[in-house]
Design a protein around this ligand. Structure first.
Ligand code: SF4
Length: 207
C-alpha cells in the first residue's frame, strides 16, 4: 500500500461498515452509518472488539469509498469507532464527510493525539492508558465504564478534568451489569450530576 496515502489518511484500515442505531451514550437511538477502524493498543480486558486491535488485519480502504457508502446510506450521520479511530489520521475523511454535510460522531478513548473534526465527541477514557488533554477540552460527553465500585475513583477523577459543558455518564460493563447497575442507580441518585448509559444495542441485539 502507498504509505503517503495512509499517513495522509486517504486510506484507512476498515474493519466493518454498517447502518445501525447508536446504542449507548447521549445519542442512543439515532440512526447512523458506522465505520469501525482497526487499531487499538489500550488492551481493555472487557473489550468486545478485540479483533479490531491489530490494524494490519483490516483492509486498507480508500476514504472516498467510505464517504460514498455514508452518502448512499442517506442517514446524514457517521459514527467513527474502533478500535481506537484516532490511531489513524482522520483529517481527510472528516473534511470530505463535512463537505457532504454529514455529521460526524466520534467514539474515542482519548489515548491518541487529535486529528479530524467532529460534531460530537464521546470520550471513554480507560484506566490503563494515558489520555491526551485535548480530549478533556473537546469532549461533549464522558462515558466511564464501571466494572466495580472501585472504578468510581477513576470516574470522579475523569469528571474533574472534562470541560464544564461535558455531559458525564457511568456505564455498567456488560458482563457485570447485573451486579453493578443497582449500585450505579443509587450512586446517581446521590450524585445527580451523573447519568446512566446502558448498552441498548446489546439488549435489542443489533450491531
Ligand atoms: Fe477495546 Fe476500546 Fe479498550 Fe481499545 S479502548 S481495547 S477498542 S474497549
Amino acid at each position: 500500500m502507498n504509505n503517503k496515502n495512509t499517513s495522509s489518511g486517504k486510506m484507512l484500515p476498515v474493519m466493518e461498515q454498517f447502518a445501525s442505531l447508536q446504542g449507548e451514550g447521549i445519542n442512543t437511538g439515532k440512526a447512523a452509518w458506522f465505520v469501525r477502524l482497526g487499531g487499538c493498543d489500550v488492551g481493555c480486558s472487557f473489550c468486545d472488539v478485540k479483533e479490531s486491535w491489530n490494524p494490519n488485519l483490516h483492509q486498507l480502504t480508500p476514504c472516498d469509498e467510505i464517504i460514498n457508502n455514508a452518502v448512499n446510506s442517506k442517514l446524514g450521520a457517521v459514527v467513527l469507532t474502533g478500535g481506537e479511530p484516532l490511531q489513524s489520521n482522520l483529517d481527510y475523511l472528516c473534511n470530505k464527510l463535512h463537505e457532504k454535510n454529514i455529521k460526524i460522531f466520534l467514539e474515542t478513548s482519548g489515548s491518541e493525539p487529535f486529528s479530524g473534526c467532529f460534531d460530537w465527541i464521546c470520550l471513554s477514557p480507560k484506566k490503563n492508558t494515558k489520555i491526551f488533554n485535548c480530549w478533556f477540552e473537546e469532549a461533549n460527553e464522558l462515558k466511564v465504564i464501571i466494572e466495580s465500585k472501585n472504578d468510581m475513583v477513576f470516574a470522579e477523577e475523569m469528571a474533574k478534568h472534562v470541560n464544564e459543558n461535558c455531559i458525564i455518564q457511568l456505564q455498567p460493563e456488560w458482563s457485570k451489569k447485573d451486579e453493578i447497575t443497582p449500585f450505579l442507580v443509587d450512586y446517581i441518585i446521590s450524585n445527580p450530576c451523573w447519568r446512566l448509559s446502558v448498552q441498548t444495542h446489546k439488549y435489542i441485539k443489533i450491531p
